[in-house]
Design a protein around this ligand. Structure first.
Ligand code: RNT
Ligand code: ZN
Length: 420
């Protein structure tokens, strides 16, 4: 009843609600595996500190301690989230078993170490994205791909090459392209004496990694920039200009990735998307929420998330030119809830973008009717969006708002509290 009324209200504005929901259901959004275990992974000592400028804070009970727990937790999240999903993996989540020969270091990783994940994705009919893990490892000196130390650089170049092979394997196994994001925390705490050298070396490393053969329609290597990180406050090698420049001069080999926690606080990725799409046929996103700094808080249904998703919709990004992934990690609240809330909010914001009468608004802008544009954009905010959202959840077979948290609390009581 309330859905039909909502639908009629949107129809008056020329918005086809059914078509919007259908479109959204087909768009893949990558769920990051690392929210489940505070970015620790399985390949190094779980008590080691995170390095590379990233940090989780909090010790809420229930962190996944092995692949079985992590997969079980991801399944809980998938069951609560509408839409098409992918799983975003990091190399540090390799699964070592006696059958596949046990532990190897990151430069020796092979597709077989991700067979369990490939099976996981195939069984659920979803794709996988991938990331080399260039942090929290003894071979960070502390630099990786930009290190002046040849041995260090070799190790990490070999790691990234291994990751391309794994990404191609995942793409072939799932039948869905794999976005492989290269991010390093390389940088300096204090004023550098040489800003140029590390960037030259980073470029040379990337050139060597991307010179290996791979099918660019299956593997989409990305380069992610960052303005600063904890412990690398004064200088990051992979700055915005560096990664953008690299991606622009290697369009046949890689694409740029923007993480909305990685810019100066008044810069917004919503505005960057249409700028980038003028020049790049494909871009990738990490959606997060920075609070004052790149704090990786849980994504909310807030103004910037809405604006960012509106731009994805308006720029045709849902037709495959924008690869959408989540990237945040909060250890201070129930991790299943954090994952679910953020994923649902990205879906919500995309639905909100699809339910915006973008053609009408564009016409007002182009005709210079700015007063009407201002009024209409603001009044759209009180349309009965929630009724459409709950109908979308129903269509996707997942709980509506207000209904999913109780299942998370049940799982917490039954499973998570027992993880000590
Ligand atoms: C860090 C980057 C990077 C990581 C993940 C774990 O600031 O955003 O993308 O968060 O690779
Ligand atoms: Zn990121």
């Amino acid at each position: 009843m309330s859905f039909n009324e909502a639908k009629a209200k949107y129809a008056l504005l020329g918005v086809d609600v059914e078509r919007a929901m259908e479109k959204l259901r087909s768009v893949p959004v990558a769920l990051h595996c690392w929210q489940g275990d505070d970015v620790r992974g399985f390949d190094t000592d779980p008590e080691k500190p995170l390095t590379g400028g990233i940090q989780t804070t909090g010790n809420y009970p229930g962190r996944a301690r092995d692949v079985k727990e992590l997969m079980a937790d991801i399944d809980r999240v998938l069951a609560l989230c509408p839409g098409t999903k992918k799983i975003n993996l990091h190399a540090s989540y390799a699964v070592f078993t006696p059958e596949n020969g046990g532990w190897v270091d990151r430069d020796k990783l092979e597709p077989k170490h991700f067979e369990a994940w490939a099976d996981f994705c195939r069984e659920r009919g979803i794709g996988a994205d991938f990331n080399p893990t260039l942090f929290s490892h003894p071979m960070c000196d502390p630099l990786t791909l930009s290190s002046p130390n040849e041995k260090t650089r070799r190790f990490w170049i070999d790691h990234c090459k291994a990751c391309i092979r794994i990404s191609e394997y995942l793409a072939r196994e799932t039948g869905i392209k794999c976005v492989m994001n290269i991010w390093t925390g390389d940088g300096l705490k204090d004023t550098p004496a040489d800003r140029f050298g590390p960037r030259q070396r980073y470029k040379e490393s990337l050139d060597e990694i991307l010179s290996m053969p791979y099918d660019f329609s299956l593997v989409k290597p990305c380069v992610e920039s960052k303005v600063f990180g904890i412990g690398v406050e004064s200088y990051t090698v992979g700055s915005a200009e560096f990664t953008l420049g690299y991606a622009a001069s290697n369009k046949d080999k890689c694409i740029p990735l923007m993480d909305n926690g990685h810019y100066h606080p008044t810069e917004v990725v919503s505005d960057k998307i249409p700028a980038m799409l003028v020049f790049f046929p494909e871009i990738a996103l990490h959606i997060t929420r920075g609070v004052r700094w790149d704090s990786d808080h849980v994504v909310l249904f807030d103004d910037e998330t809405k604006e960012l998703c509106k731009e994805i919709v308006r720029c045709g990004g849902l037709e495959g030119s924008v690869d959408i992934a989540l990237d945040y990690f909060d250890a201070s609240v129930n991790r299943i809830a954090a994952w679910t809330l953020g994923f649902r909010n990205v879906q919500k914001a995309l639905l909100n973008g699809l339910l915006t009468p973008n053609e009408t608004l564009k016409k007002l802008q182009d005709e210079g009717r700015f007063t009407e544009l201002l009024v209409m954009q603001d009044e759209l905010k009180t349309l009965p969006f929630g009724d459409v959202w709950n109908e979308y959840c129903r269509l996707c077979g997942v709980p509506a708002d207000g209904e999913w948290m109780k299942t998370v609390l049940e799982y917490e009581q039954k499973v998570l509290v027992n993880r000590k």
